[in-house]
Design a protein around this ligand. Sequence first.
Ligand code: C5P
Length: 234
Amino acid sequence: MTHKIPLRERLIFALDVADATQARAWIARLGDSVQHYKLGLELLAGGEYFDLLAELKSAGKRVFADLKLHDIPNTVAGAVRGMARHRADLLTLHAYPAAIAAAAAHAGATRLLAVTVLTSMGPAELADSGVAGAVADVVVRRARAAIAAGAAGLVCSGLEAGRLREALGGGPLIVCPGIRATPGGDDQQRTVDVAGAFANGADYIVVGRPIRQSEDPRAAAEAIQQTIRGCFQD
Ligand code: C5P
């Protein structure tokens, strides 16, 4: 069981471009094929991040602020308090329960999503970072702690979404990046396709390069929207 979310908001397009001029060109180009935008670290570094956020909100779009906050609890809480004023719909922070617990009361209307294990990480990289256990087990362990600490949802690969639904039920929002038609691709290791992510219980998918690098990005986004409609037909 997933949340009642307008179907066309379930696709989040990753606006991973270097500056606001390019971002605005993409927003114009994609038109109504995309209703939900991810504004991440690349755009933050490019400047005008909060102008873009406000423009998207006043155009009636949804905004996923993927800033992946990670710091001591007091600092994360302060950043979340500041971000709440900008009214992004979703905001990410890493899945460290003490920071989430400190920040949760300051999020206002913005829903906090805990990043479990990046979809670019495979078993070897996770082990090298000093974390013991299979990737899916680490995702479940971190997710459980993040939700208990007050996160509204989770970011994980579509490969683990089913395990999270089994462990945590329908309550948490589940957002899945690492969407690819065929396994792997670019720097992503833990990938599934669009239908696979929703079949496993995702509420939203985040898609960047498969749309940005296609010959006709608007048609690629519309094709994904159509696949999503198919996933939710009774
Ligand atoms: O281009 P691609 O479809 O791989 O983009 C995926 C997007 O999702 C990127 O913007 C990336 O920052 C984001 N993301 C991710 N893995 C996470 C969290 C966010 O790939 N765990």
